[in-house]
Design a protein around this ligand. Structure first.
Ligand SMILES: [Zn+2]
Length: 312
């Protein structure tokens, strides 16, 4: 009985020890797990804190960046605006330059016309008759001696307007080719024919107005653009020139060289002068020929329009 009791006690102790061991182990396990969890929690907190602070920095940086971007955009906008202003100014400047160039072109065109006109004797297309007469002091700007081959033998040296002399000799050459030997009796005549030509340029003429009035036809000769023509057969017998073939050729062709018959038959201004031919330019001569009009049929305003092209 004693042995059985002891055995039971021993078993009880063993169970108790085992139970205690299990409990101790469980407690230990609980404790270490708890420690681990605490560490993890701490780590997590630390991480969260870290993140929180870095999130703050990022926000700040983002704010800074966006304000910088805003600043830059503003500056860029300003620069673009300035650029637009510059472009606008440049365009304006270009427009102004173009306008200026136009003006220059216009002015130089006008200057060209004025220059051309200023170098053209205004009197070259004036009417000269009993009512219109040429200033007695008038001397053409340019005068040149006509080659002797064109002058009627026995006549003195003759002179013609420097810008029209080519038209005159071309006409006489053309007539010659057509078989008409036209010769010049008289061309430029100053108020004082006896005086030396060079002297006539500067000389102030005396009262020659009576002689001028007595023979108005002479005034056209004073222009330096008028010639009295004949053929060697007719010679100086002026009026019979109208019956020659040379005259008929002139009637048909003189306008091509800018020449017209100043006083045709039955003109209302002056006696018929078939020998007396005046240079008025190809344009006017051709228009008069086509319209079968005489120089004195046109009014002065119409005639003036041809002055610019008289030597063209
Ligand atoms: Zn004449």
């Amino acid at each position: 009985m004693e042995i059985e009791k002891r055995g039971t006690n021993l078993m009880f102790i063993a169970v108790l020890v085992t139970l205690l061991a299990v409990m101790g182990y469980l407690y230990y396990e609980y404790y270490t797990q708890n420690q681990k969890i605490n560490m993890l929690l701490e780590e997590r907190n630390y991480f969260l804190l870290e993140n929180a602070s870095s999130t703050h920095t990022l926000t700040e940086e983002r704010e800074l960046a966006s304000s910088t971007i805003a600043d830059l955009s503003e500056r860029l906008a300003l620069t673009l605006e300035e650029l637009e202003d510059v472009e606008r100014d440049l365009k304006k400047e270009e427009d102004r330059n173009e306008e200026f160039e136009d003006q220059i072109r216009e002015i130089s065109g006008t200057v060209g016309v004025l220059d051309k006109l200023s170098k053209t004797d205004e009197e070259l297309l004036q009417k000269y008759s009993r009512t219109y007469f040429l200033n007695e002091n008038f001397v053409p700007m340019k005068i040149r001696q006509i080659d002797a081959e064109y002058i009627l033998p026995g006549k003195k040296d003759q002179y013609f307007h420097g810008d029209a002399i080519g038209f005159l000799t071309d006409m006489l050459d053309a007539a010659k080719r057509a078989g008409h030997d036209l010769k010049i009796i008289s061309a430029y005549r100053s108020f004082d024919e006896q005086a030396d030509l060079k002297g006539q340029y500067t000389q102030v003429y005396g009262s020659g107005s009576n002689a001028f009035s007595a023979d108005q036809g002479y005034s056209e000769h004073q222009l330096g653009t008028t010639v009295d023509l004949t053929d060697p057969v007719t010679g100086g017998t002026y009026t019979s020139f109208a019956q020659t073939e040379a005259y008929a050729w002139l009637i048909e062709n003189a306008h091509r060289y800018g020449f017209i018959l100043s006083y045709p038959e039955d003109n209302g201004f002056y006696i018929y002068e078939p020998w007396h031919w005046r240079f008025v330019g190809v344009d006017l001569a051709s228009d008069l020929h086509r319209e079968d009009k005489s120089f004195y049929d046109l009014d002065q305003r119409q005639l003036d329009e041809y002055l610019i092209s008289i030597f063209d």
